[in-house]
Structures are given as structure tokens and as C-alpha cells.
Ligand binder design. Structure first.
Ligand code: AR6
Length: 167
């Protein structure tokens, strides 16, 4: 029996008051565009200082920092795969991102966690396939009770998650 509850929100992830938000980062963990840039701007310069000492992050792995000026207490930085056509292990690596974030949430005894649609922006992962992996991985998770929010920035992503969670 799973104890993970999932919901969809159409919002800016930097505004969510949850225990942790997930950042779709790159291997350097030193910031970038998209949701990564928005999180660093909202958290303030201390986030970059905290990331500097982490020594980067492998694709499919995740690392945790405080949230600094964000309403969220923590940021879990994960690195999704760059879409290369589908034969470069992208689906397994994307599922690993969600699993590692859930493991960290469990380890830190978090009760709420919000994910952006990892890899579906600059990294080019097809949105529908990525949504299916996200929803399947999260709903299959069997850790401590956790409220998961899929935070969608655009209408297409929001509709995909709503449909995936309803099915
Ligand atoms: N809140 C929620 N979702 C957002 C926000 C926001 N404020 N801003 C963008 N999104 P992307 P990736 C959505 O490109 O594909 C960075 O430069 C966006 O609409 O941010 O994993 C990193 O440093 C899309 O649905 O991440 C890496 O180099 C989703 O977040 C690279 O981009 C992911 O888009 C990672 O690329």
C-alpha cells in the first residue's frame, strides 16, 4: 500500500510553502536558466554558496541544501537527462531523479515535496513521456507519508499531469 499523496498545481515553484522544492539543475549545481535560475534568484546568493561545496551532481542523482530565502525549507537539486532521442537511457535516468528525491525526502523526514517537470524544458525530454515517468515513479513510492505536488508552469504540462493522475 502506498502512502504517497499526489496533487497538481499550476504555479511558480519558488512560491510554494512546502518542506522542500526540487530543482531541475545541471551537473555543476552552479545555477542556470529555467526553474534553476528562478530558484537561485528567489533563494538568494547563499544558495549558490551552499551548492559550491557539493562538488556537482551526477545525472539521475540528487543533493539537498537549505532553502534560504524561499518559503520552502529545503531545495533538493537533481539533474535530469538531456534528451538524445530516447536510446541513451534517458527514461531510466529520469525515473532515478524522482526516486533519489523521494529517498532524500524520506531520509530528512519531510512531509511535503514539490517537483517541477524535470528535463522537459531546456533538456528537451518529451513532455507526455516525462509526465508518465514522474507520476508512475511517485505513485509507486512506498516511504513515509508524503504529500507530493507536481508544479506545472505551462498549460500543456498542467493538463498532462491532471490527466495522468486521473487515470
Ligand atoms: N516554477 C515551476 N516550473 C518552472 C519554473 C518555475 N518558476 N520555471 C520553469 N519551469 P527547465 P530542464 C518549468 O528548462 O529541462 C537550466 O538551465 C519549465 O516550464 O527549467 O531540466 C539548468 O541549469 C519546464 O516545464 O529544466 C539546466 O542546465 C520545467 O520547469 C537545464 O536548465 C523544466 O524546465 C535543465 O533543463
Amino acid at each position: 500500500m502506498t502512502v504517497t499523496k499526489a496533487q497538481v498545481s499550476r504555479s511558480d515553484i519558488t512560491r510554494l510553502s512546502v518542506d522542500a522544492i526540487v530543482n531541475a539543475a545541471n551537473n555543476s549545481l552552479l545555477g542556470g536558466g529555467g526553474v534553476d535560475g528562478a530558484i537561485h534568484r528567489a533563494a538568494g546568493p547563499e544558495l549558490l554558496e551552499a551548492c559550491r561545496v557539493l562538488g556537482g551532481c551526477a545525472t539521475g542523482d540528487a543533493k539537498l541544501t537549505p532553502g534560504f530565502n524561499l518559503p520552502a525549507g529545503y531545495v533538493i537539486h537533481t539533474v535530469g537527462p538531456v534528451w538524445q532521442g530516447g536510446a541513451a537511457d534517458e527514461s531510466r535516468l529520469l525515473a532515478a531523479c524522482y526516486q533519489r528525491c523521494l529517498q532524500l525526502a524520506d531520509q530528512y523526514q519531510l512531509q511535503s515535496l514539490a517537483f517541477p517537470a524535470i528535463s522537459t524544458g531546456v533538456y528537451g525530454f518529451p513532455k507526455a513521456a516525462a509526465c508518465r515517468i514522474a507520476v508512475d515513479t511517485v505513485t509507486a513510492w512506498q516511504g513515509r507519508p508524503l504529500q507530493v505536488t507536481f508544479c506545472c508552469f505551462d498549460t500543456r504540462t498542467y493538463e498532462l499531469y491532471r490527466a495522468a493522475l486521473a487515470s
